[in-house]
Design a protein around this ligand. Structure first.
Ligand code: PHE
Length: 338
C-alpha cells in the first residue's frame, strides 16, 4: 500500500509538471483528491488492514493527501497571479501613443461681446444688475412713458403672456426697477435677453441688449457722449468716426441714435451700411423727467442718461458675421471660431 502511495505521488508530480492552465489544475485536483480517486479509495480501505500496518500506511496516506492539497493550492495561486499580471500588462498605458485632447468649448460670441462691454463699464464705475424676462406691462411700457395708445408701441412686436404680462421687448424696464430699489447716484448696466416677434436675416425673436443708466445731480449730454465715445473707441478702435443723430424715444429727452463709421468699408459705402458709410448701433438720451416721476425720483433733484444697445449687432460688426441666425443654430463649425 505504501508503494501505491509512492506511485500516486510520482504520477501526480508528472501531471502537475505538465499543467498549463487553472483548468488543468482543477482536473488534477479531482483526479487525485476527488471521491473516486485512488488515494480516496486507499484511505477508505485502511479499515480492512491489520492494526499495525493500518497506523503506518494511514499516516503515509494522510500525509500524502494533505501534501497534494497544499501543492495544488500553491500551484493554483501561482497561476492566478500570473493571469492577473498578464491582464495588467495587457491594459498597460502605451506612453508612446499621442494623447487625446479633451475638446474644449469656446465662449459664444454674444457672451464675449457682453463680457467685453461689461468690463469697459465696470471699469467706469458701473455695476451689473438683472431684471425679469417675463415683465409687467407697467415696467416695459407704462412707466417708461409709453402709454397704451402711444404710437411707440407699434415699434415693439410684443409677445404677450397674459393681459398684463409680456416678454420684455427691451432692457429699459430694468431702469425703473433699479430706480425703485436704489437711491441716486447710480450707475448700472443690465445685459439680458429681450423678445420681439420678428424673424429675418437681421432679426431673431430673442436677442440680447445691454442697458445703461446713470443718475446723479448734474449728468449731462456731454457725459453721455463721453461714455459712449469711450465704449465705441474701445470696441472698434480709436479712429472710428461717431455720429450722434437726433432721434426719439418716449423715455429719454433729448434722444439720439448713435452711428459709427461703417467698419466694413471704412465709410466708403457698401452693402452692410446700404451705401451710407454709417451703421446705427445704439439708442440713447437723457432720462425723461416723466420717467423719474414714474420711478419715484424727483426730476428737480436729479438728471440722468440712458442707453441701450443690441449685442448681436455689435458682435456681427466685430466679427464680420452677416446673418444673425448663425448665433442660434449651434453649429460647432461656426461657434468654435471664437
Ligand atoms: N430701449 C430702446 C430700444 O430698445 C433703446 C434705448 C435705451 C434708447 C435707453 C434710449 C435709452 O430700442
Amino acid at each position: 500500500m505504501r508503494d501505491e502511495c509512492a506511485a500516486i505521488r510520482d504520477e501526480f508530480d508528472a501531471d502537475l509538471q505538465s499543467a498549463v492552465s487553472e483548468n488543468d489544475l482543477y482536473q488534477i485536483k479531482s483526479k487525485y483528491l476527488g471521491r473516486s480517486s485512488r488515494l480516496t479509495s486507499l484511505i477508505k480501505s485502511l479499515k480492512d488492514l491489520p492494526a499495525e500496518e493500518r497506523a503506518l500506511t494511514g499516516s503515509t496516506a494522510n500525509a500524502l493527501k494533505s501534501s497534494l492539497q497544499r501543492e495544488i493550492e500553491t500551484a493554483l495561486e501561482a497561476m492566478r497571479l500570473t493571469r492577473k499580471e498578464q491582464a495588467i500588462a495587457a491594459r498597460a498605458l502605451d506612453i508612446t501613443l499621442p494623447g487625446r485632447r479633451p475638446a474644449l468649448g469656446t465662449l459664444h460670441p454674444v457672451t464675449r461681446v457682453t463680457e467685453k462691454i461689461t468690463a469697459i463699464f465696470t471699469g467706469l464705475g458701473f455695476s451689473v444688475v438683472d431684471g425679469p424676462e417675463i415683465e409687467l406691462d407697467f415696467f416695459n411700457f407704462e412707466a417708461l412713458n409709453i402709454p397704451k395708445d402711444h404710437p411707440a408701441r407699434d415699434m415693439h412686436d410684443t409677445f404677450y403672456v397674459s393681459g398684463e404680462q409680456l416678454l420684455r421687448t427691451h432692457t429699459s424696464p430694468v431702469q425703473i426697477r433699479t430706480m425703485q430699489r436704489m437711491q441716486p447716484p447710480l450707475r448700472i448696466l443690465c445685459p439680458g435677453k429681450v423678445y420681439r416677434c420678428d424673424s429675418d436675416i437681421s432679426h431673431t425673436p430673442m436677442f440680447h441688449q445691454i442697458e445703461g443708466l446713470m443718475v446723479d445731480t448734474h449728468v449731462s449730454f456731454s457725459d453721455l457722449k463721453g461714455l459712449l465715445t469711450i465704449l465705441i473707441h474701445r470696441l472698434f478702435g480709436q479712429e472710428t468716426a461717431i455720429r450722434f443723430r437726433p432721434s426719439y424715444f418716449p423715455f429719454t429727452e433729448p434722444s439720439a441714435e448713435v452711428d459709427i463709421q461703417c467698419v466694413m468699408c471704412r465709410g466708403n459705402g457698401c452693402r452692410v451700411c446700404s451705401g451710407t458709410g454709417w451703421l446705427e448701433i445704439l439708442g440713447c438720451g437723457l432720462v425723461n423727467p416723466v420717467v423719474f416721476k414714474n420711478a419715484g425720483y424727483d426730476p428737480e433733484e436729479v438728471t440722468g442718461l440712458a442707453f441701450g444697445l443690441g449685442v448681436e449687432r455689435i458682435a456681427m460688426l466685430t466679427y464680420g458675421i452677416n446673418d444673425i441666425r448663425l448665433f442660434y443654430e449651434n453649429d460647432l463649425r461656426f461657434l468654435s471660431q471664437f
